[in-house]
Design a binder for this molecule. Sequence first.
Ligand code: ADE
Length: 274
Amino acid sequence: MMNFHVLTLFPEMIMQGVGTSILGKAMEREYISIEAVNIRDYTTEKHGKVDDYTYGGGAGMLMQAQPVFDAYKAVEAKILAANNGANAGVKKAPRVIYVTPQGQTFHQGMAREFAKEDDLVFLCGHYEGIDERVLEEIVTDYVSIGDYVLTGGELPAMVMIDAIARLVPGVLHNEESATTESFDNYLLEYPQYSRPEVWKDKRVPEILLSGNHAKIEEWRLEQSIERTKKVRPDLYEKWAQENEEYFIKKAKKEARERKKAKKKQLAEKNSCNS
Ligand code: ADE
């Protein structure tokens, strides 16, 4: 089981966001667990305050170090104490992901890497951010979900949890679908169709009705390549570099087909002349 721990000022937002659909089922079936820890519960300030003005001036408030640190320490203690069968007593401190536009951009490779962990801690900031000193103390990874700014870290944390959790064995029923989709090999997914065969005068491509699985796979790969080339030339370049043999194979196949067509043409010509 993989355990996600989210340090946040809005725990209900996290639990509502991840409690339904596939992740909700995965929690029920104990493939994953998700706990949202309210940072405010750990403040030593008597009015429950967790933020203050920024030294040096500037707009907005900053989340203070003390409540964030104590909330993290409580989670860390729980993780280290968890009796994990053969690993009892030898658990290491978890990776702590601070979700921030100042981080590296999240991608599928990172999701795969994080999915290997037993426990992951997400730290969600609000207001103008978090006191740098506590970040230095506890954060292992600074991760952004893209070049835009959101109002807080909860949505990015949920995005990452979703992408990571679906790679945990058992979470998706169809294991294959976690590995054959977009980005696993840099290619975007091919177009797909379901019933009816004709909708608004648009027919499902004939090849998909042929039952010829080898040909269907070939068609799907070609579609993926074309789509990626058009929509994400950056990804296409990466794929092309890693898949040189595809082009060699394709060139050989085309040469064979040209030869075959020429032979056929010649045979037809000869039969006409005789
Ligand atoms: N917090 C605010 N905006 C963010 C982003 N783009 N990625 C991660 N965390 C954020």
